[in-house]
Design a binder for this molecule. Structure first.
Ligand code: DX5
Ligand code: ZN
Length: 214
């Protein structure tokens, strides 16, 4: 897969979400990153299925839905029906990881598996053959605007070499504290898909900010 930029709408103006989402293609974004949080898996509550359904009308870009919720398997079909193109679940959420990944596949869309900073790559490598993307969190899930954890670069390197050695067809996504510097470091380590919230939505010129990540 080539480089993809996935702006996180968590940093957009929630009262004008349709407008924000409709501009992303012109700004050069590839995907739209949607952070779903339930206040149980992580310490924040954002939005759910109705928001995915609502923004679906405002863009043709793939909706990259990051589920930071417990029991994600219960909601996969409904997120897919609402218009998600990629659904990422967390290894640490309760529920059967493999079953959830299979459910995403049977909904006919792409899947992602995410790991929090404290989870080692070793723990999840057995699931890689069942997913299209590995999301390595570079902050603790919950909020935009946090600082990129440089220690995660080693995890990215480790995942990248495992993927290459085993000839797996999967891409590495990074999420949290991504800007033009940390995206370059992550790319060097092996990441190809870059989520960015604050860096893009707080930029004076969103188009050049997207370009600077690419
Ligand atoms: C954090 C979310 C991220 C967040 C990224 O839990 O998963 O997608 O919005 O925001 P920035 O780029 O501001 O760190
Ligand atoms: Zn995210």
């Amino acid at each position: 897969m080539s480089v993809k930029i996935s702006p996180s709408i968590l940093s957009a103006d929630f009262a004008n979400m349709g407008v924000a989402v409709s501009q992303l293609a012109d700004w050069g974004a590839d995907w739209v990153h949607c952070d779903v949080m339930d206040g149980v898996f992580c310490p924040n509550i954002t939005f759910g299925i109705p928001m995915i359904k609502a923004i679906r009308k405002y863009t043709d870009l793939p909706l990259d839905v990051h589920l930071m919720i417990q029991q994600p398997d219960k909601y996969i079909e409904r997120f897919a029906a609402a218009g998600a193109d990629i659904i990422t679940i967390h290894y640490e959420s309760d529920g059967d990881t493999l079953e959830s990944l299979k459910k995403i596949k049977s909904a006919g869309i792409k899947s992602g598996l995410s790991v929090k900073p404290g989870t080692s790559f070793e723990e999840v490598k057995k699931y890689l053959k069942y997913t299209d993307m590995l999301l390595i969190m570079t902050v603790e899930p919950g909020f935009g605007g946090q600082k990129f954890m440089v220690e995660m670069l080693e995890k990215i390197r480790c995942a990248k070499s495992y993927i290459e050695e085993n000839k797996l067809d999967i891409s590495i996504q990074v999420d949290g504290g991504i800007n033009s510097e940390t995206s370059a470091l992550s790319a060097e380590a092996g990441a190809e898909i870059f989520v960015a919230g604050n860096y893009l939505f707080k930029a004076e010129n969103m188009k050049s900010a997207v370009e600077s990540l690419r």
